[in-house]
Design a protein around this ligand. Structure first.
Ligand code: GDP
Length: 758
């Protein structure tokens, strides 16, 4: 957009009628107004689009960044859009207005027609203007009139038609205004946005004040059409006194019309000097009126406001030209040329005056209003711009804080996870060791537990089966409760402490508003899973009577003794005799396996002995008996035999249910011990696994809180990024709008410079 215009509109020297007829308006002073109007309209159109655009963009910004734009700012921008719409509409309608006053028949209508170069208004005897008539350019190119208070367009085809129409409107009163729209292409003044207002004679009404208020308050120029044949009348003067009271320094031109008639007066014909004297007298009086009475111009300016013309002649000449004839054709007086030139001089000065005045009165105020709006818009955009920069700063700071927090949480979580892993591993190892030791101890004390089992014993196989089942259950429960008593409390405390430790460490990573209360939701208890029924399912008791001094028993005892001795010697000869549990267990295992080998081989040895005693015994026994009889004597043999027999009897009699129960329990202990030893490792591993499970679950649950908090932070970071993006956009938008406001302010300043200076 460019509002720079070429203001070098110069005025050609008066050229009889050329302007009026050719319609070449480019050098008219009125063009300054036309250009000014065009440009201020462009400027305001741009300001209006700018404010509408700003309103949309800032509303959008306020939706995306709620704290950036205040309610006041938003409503101000909206107000400006309405205000500018109003100004723009007024500007588009603005035109230069000239009002003609004077007594009836002084020639007001004729002056207007002469200026328009056409017979637009009816004039002459028989027609009196009885209301206000405003002639202005028709936008449609058609001639029509609109009466006050009506929107009906009444077509006007010719001046007689108009006269008829006006006469028809008899009910029109003098204060009413009739708009006459005349094709612009017919009159240069109309094309240049001049509206000419004809009035009823000031002598016909006492309501002068009402006229001024109703139709003259916005007039840029007042033309007093006086009759050169008489002096200014009191009524005419009174009217302009009222005008100058209501408006400050109105632009008033005084036209002494009918100057042709004065020149043709008989007493003037041969007395050229007389006409000069009349002119001088009129000029002095008119100057006094303008300078001293109305004080609307200086004495130096007065000559450019007072003219002696003949509107009738000018109109006639211009109508001739319009027809393509010479201006001086017809019955025009020979000296009409000087009057014509004076009329043109009046027109030029009038045009300069009305154009300058109208630009000031019509546009100065609006230009100022435009500047105020643009200034306010600049202020608002500047405030939004600064606010958005501030918010960007604080959001960046917040983002950095969040990122640091996130990094710290991630690092610390990794470190705590490692610590916890180590701690869990050490606890698991510890628990495994403790359970293993405790179970070994319990296995060693198994015989006590078995002895305490007091269900009535019976060797009947059916009863014995039930007995074994009950014993298995009893042992399982007993072992379990003993282990629990030994380990559970310490273990539970340890677990609780470890979990508290976890909570404490993890809590430090969480925001203050999130607390991890009591992570141990259920009390921890270890299950030992000692299924004795299964373990000792293969136990088979041997409760048949065995004489302890019987040959097979002796053999077993001897072999057992030998095994024990060898075991002892092996244990003693071990290079690392350091009571190591592992070695001891190993040795015990070796012992067991050795014993089982012996037991397996025992029947074979017994059989061998029996066989040797049986087969070779017949001869041998006889030889031994003969040899014994011979060496120790038969008494000793009998005695020994008796003792042996008594022993056998004693043992046979002692082999009661109680003894059987004892033997049963011994065998059971032996069997269960060997079986339970096999599951020490599995059980302790199982317990430690439970501990590991519990601790790992707790830590995983706690870590989940940290993960959630970290993902919250991530979400907040994403939100911050979005906010930052919107803020950056808002900063850009407010900057552009600020610059645009500055540019529009410059445009208005240039407009002022172009049209208001001088
Ligand atoms: P208004 O009532 O003031 O509008 O006056 P008009 O324009 O209707 O003119 C009244 C009469 O004066 C008409 O007959 C005109 O022809 C005549 N008249 C107007 N101007 C001149 C002029 O300059 N010289 C002469 N001789 N007659 C004029």
């Amino acid at each position: 957009m460019s509002i720079y215009i070429n203001r070098n509109i110069t005025h050609n020297s008066p050229n009889t009628g050329s302007r009026k007829i050719s319609g070449d308006e480019n050098d008219s002073p009125l063009q300054v107004f036309v250009q000014a109007k065009k440009h201020i309209n462009i400027v305001f159109s741009n300001i209006q689009s700018y404010v509408i655009d700003a309103s949309e963009r800032i509303t959008d910004v306020s939706t995306k960044c709620p704290d950036l734009v205040t309610e006041n700012e938003l409503s101000s921008i909206l107000d400006y859009t309405y205000k500018l719409k109003g100004i723009h509409e007024v500007l588009a309608r603005n035109h230069m207005k000239v009002a003609f006053f004077g007594r009836t028949s002084n020639g007001k209508s004729t002056v207007i027609n002469a200026m328009l170069g056409d017979k637009v208004l009816p004039s002459g005897i028989g027609h009196t203007t009885n209301c206000f008539l405003q002639v202005e350019g028709s936008q449609t190119g058609e001639a029509y009139l609109i009466t006050e208070g009506s929107e009906e367009k009444q077509n006007v085809e010719s001046i007689s038609h108009l006269a008829h129409a006006l006469n028809h409107e008899k009910q029109l009163n003098e204060n009413e205004l009739v708009h006459i729209y005349w094709p612009k292409d017919k009159c240069g003044l109309l094309r240049d946005d001049v509206a000419l207002v004809d009035s009823p004679g000031v002598d016909v009404t006492p309501h002068l004040d009402d006229w001024i208020d109703a139709h003259c308050i916005d007039a840029d120029v007042f033309v007093l059409v006086a009759n050169a044949e008489s002096t200014l009348m009191v009524t005419e003067k009174k009217f302009f006194h009222n005008v100058s009271k209501k408006l400050s320094k109105p632009n008033i031109f005084i036209l002494h019309n009918r100057w042709d008639a004065s020149a043709n007066e008989p007493e003037f014909l041969n007395e050229f000097n007389n006409q000069e004297q009349v002119r001088k007298q009129h000029t002095e009086r008119a100057t006094d009126f303008l300078v001293k009475e109305l004080k609307v111009c200086t004495a130096a300016e007065a000559p450019s406001r007072i003219f002696f013309i003949s509107a009738k002649e000018v109109l006639q000449a211009r109508l001739q030209q319009r027809k393509g004839l010479s201006a001086s054709n017809g019955d025009l007086a020979n000296d009409f040329k000087s009057r014509y030139m004076e009329f043109e001089k009046f027109e030029r000065l009038f045009e300069e005056c009305i154009s300058k005045s109208a630009i000031k009165t019509k546009f100065m105020n609006h230009s100022q209003q435009g500047k105020d709006v643009v200034k306010e818009m600049f202020k608002i955009m500047d405030a939004i711009h600064n606010r958005s920069k501030e918010q960007i700063k604080s959001k960046i700071y917040q983002k950095e804080e969040f990122q640091e927090k996130l990094t710290l949480i991630t690092q610390q979580l990794t470190s705590i996870t490692n610590q916890m892993k180590m701690k869990i591993n050490s606890m698991v190892y510890d628990v495994e060791k403790k359970v293993s030791t405790a179970l070994s101890d319990e296995i060693r004390r198994l015989s006590i537990l078995v002895d305490e089992f007091n269900l009535p014993f019976h060797s009947d196989p059916l009863v014995l089966n039930v007995y074994k089942k009950e014993l298995n259950n009893y042992i399982e429960k007993g072992l379990g409760s003993n282990l629990r008593a030994k380990l559970s409390t310490a273990l539970a405390m340890n677990m609780e402490q470890s979990q508290r430790d976890m909570v404490e460490k993890v809590s430090k990573l969480l925001p203050e508003n999130i607390s991890v209360v009591n992570p141990q939701l259920e009390p921890f208890e270890v299950f030992y899973h000692l299924n004795c029924d299964n373990l000792c399912g293969d136990f088979h008791e041997h409760l048949e009577f065995k004489f302890s001094w019987g040959l097979s028993s002796l053999v077993r005892r001897v072999s057992s003794l030998a095994t024990k001795n060898s075991l002892k010697s092996r244990t003693l000869s071990s290079p690392t005799n350091n009571q190591s549990t592992n070695h001891l267990d190993q040795s015990l295992n070796d012992y067991n396996s050795h014993q089982s080998v012996v037991e397996e081989n025992l029947p074979m040895i017994s059989r061998l002995l029996a066989a040797s005693l049986g087969t070779q015994g017949t001869m041998g026994g006889l030889i031994l008996a003969a040899f014994m009889l011979k060496t120790v004597g038969w008494r000793l043999i009998v005695t020994t035999g008796t003792i042996y027999g008594c022993l056998y009897l004693y043992e046979k009699l002692s082999w009661t249910t109680k003894a059987k129960e004892r033997e049963f329990k011994r065998q059971y202990v032996e069997h269960a011990t060997s079986k339970l030893r096999l599951i020490i490792d599995v059980t302790s591993a199982n317990c430690s696994h439970q501990v590991q499970q519990q601790l790992s679950t707790t830590f995983a649950r706690l870590s989940k809180h940290v993960d959630e908090s970290a993902s919250d932070l991530n979400e907040q970071l994403e939100l911050l990024d979005q906010e930052l993006q919107s803020l950056v956009q808002s900063t850009e938008i407010s900057k552009i709008l600020k610059e645009k406001a500055e540019f529009l302010k410059e445009n208005l300043k240039n407009f002022d410079k172009d049209f208001f200076v001088n």
